[in-house]
Write a protein that binds this ligand. Structure first.
Ligand code: FES
Ligand code: ZN
Length: 306
């Protein structure tokens, strides 16, 4: 197997592109994909300040590294969600990378800063920890970016994530989610910062290869709450399809973006946006879910003190 670029011995085969690369040419391919995605979707440019959200896993660590190497002005943000040892270990990985490379990092701790506890909330609201965690993360991504004057929030979502999310949304025809699934979510309100996914065409395997080649430390374990999550099942199903028919995931995403997504646009436009009565952030209800969470946790705290 020879590298399609330099004809030396290839190290990695990417079946969906019918291409094999040596390590150096793989890095060239990888960086090229990222910068093409950024430019093609006008995600941001060198004048913009970007907030990159880092979990400590391979995808976000790869994104952080590649954006710096491509010369973008990035500040990383890590959110400690209070998920036991998992959160502590991931915070360590992220802090170490920032300090070794002398990079700016914002750390948010939901327990220390806001008194939030996703387990208590999950019990009280009878919602899964993941859905509470998702709301909290989305809120903080936007709030920190808005308060800090950032142009965009970048996340490490990869092709496998995007295809699994799309499959889940299609299976139950979640019109609202389908309307909002895209590599770029533009600014639809002055207080809503643009969200971008520069790695949406790269697979988990490619991100893993990138961090290994660059000797970037990352947290190998997944969040304990992802075990048994439906998205994992969707990923398994898609992996079987991909195995038999390489390129399935990419085709699924690309054809949705080209042909499917436009049919859901009016659903997105109908959403009425307003500002939360407590914090002023954008929401669709009178009070945003984050402020409601803080209120619930504070009340519980007070009851315990009595
Ligand atoms: Fe949020 Fe797992 S990362 S619950
Ligand atoms: Zn609020």
């Amino acid at each position: 197997m020879k590298c399609i670029r330099c004809k030396q011995k290839a190290k990695i085969l990417l079946k969906r592109h019918n291409a094999a690369f040596c390590d150096n040419c793989f890095l060239y391919y990888y960086r090229n994909q990222v910068s093409k995605n950024i430019k093609r979707h006008r995600m941001f440019d060198k004048k913009d300040r970007i907030l990159v959200v880092i979990s400590g896993g391979k995808d976000s660590m790869a994104l952080w590294d590649v954006l710096i190497k491509e010369g973008y002005d990035v500040v990383a943000m890590y959110i400690n969600l209070g998920i036991g040892e998992y959160s502590n270990r991931s915070q360590e990985v992220v802090e170490k990378f920032a300090s070794v490379h002398n990079l700016p990092l914002i750390v948010k701790d939901i327990k220390k800063e806001y008194g939030l506890d996703i387990y208590k909330l999950s019990k009280t609201l009878k919602r899964s920890p993941c859905s509470i965690c998702g709301s909290i993360k989305r809120y903080l991504f936007n709030k920190v970016a808005y308060d800090g004057g950032f142009s965009a929030v970048a996340t490490g979502h990869n092709l496998d994530d995007e295809a699994a999310t799309l499959l889940g949304n299609v299976l139950s025809w979640e019109e609202g989610y389908l309307a909002r699934q895209a590599p770029v979510l533009p600014q639809t309100h002055p207080k809503l910062i643009k969200k971008v996914k520069p790695l949406y065409t790269l697979t988990e395997r490619e991100n893993l290869y990138y961090v290994l080649l660059n000797k970037i430390e990352f947290l190998h374990e997944e969040c304990p709450h992802s075990v048994g999550a439906r998205s994992i099942l969707y990923k398994e199903v898609l992996n079987r399809l991909e195995e038999k028919s390489p390129g399935t995931k990419q085709r699924f995403i690309n054809s949705f973006l080209e042909k499917g997504r436009k049919h859901f646009q009016d659903v997105a436009e109908k959403l009425e946006l307003r500002e939360c009565k407590t914090c002023g952030q954008v929401t669709t209800t009178e009070e945003c879910s984050f402020c409601r969470f803080v209120r619930i946790c504070n009340q519980q705290e007070k009851q315990q003190d009595v």
